[in-house]
Unconditional design. Sequence first.
Length: 169
Amino acid sequence: MKKKISRILITIPFILVWFWWNGQHTNKLPVGSAAPLKTSIVESYDGKHWPLSYFKDKVLVINFFASWCPPCIQELPDLQKLAKQFSGKVQFIGLAVDSPTQEVKALVEQFSLNYPIAQASASLMQMWGASSLPTTYLVNSTGQVVWSHQGAIHPAQLEHQLSLILPME
């Protein structure tokens, strides 16, 4: 009986940590919420700082990624193709997390990424609720999150979501 109580007492802290961890790592920007564009200041790889609100009044696809993340790298060619396909209608933005400058520049060159790429700080990730990589948000022209996805996207998923929002824009 004492052994059983000891196991329970040892297990309880692990369960509490698990609930705390999962509570801290949920998507904090649910569909319908306002995207924090004004308070999201990023630094581009040429050293310039700019707020995401620079792109206000546009439909945005914001992708948090990392140079060391295989699913992130896997989806970059698809994001580039969609950015080209929806050019003039949708602004794609890549936000690199914990990635060395040279590695990000190499990815930009390798995949011919022609949309803005900037560094994402830990506080920016927390503000957006991007708790895993990759995480992608679709924001309408009024600054409202209309779709989000954690994990690698299939291009047809994002294309479908864009087709739902663009006729209304």
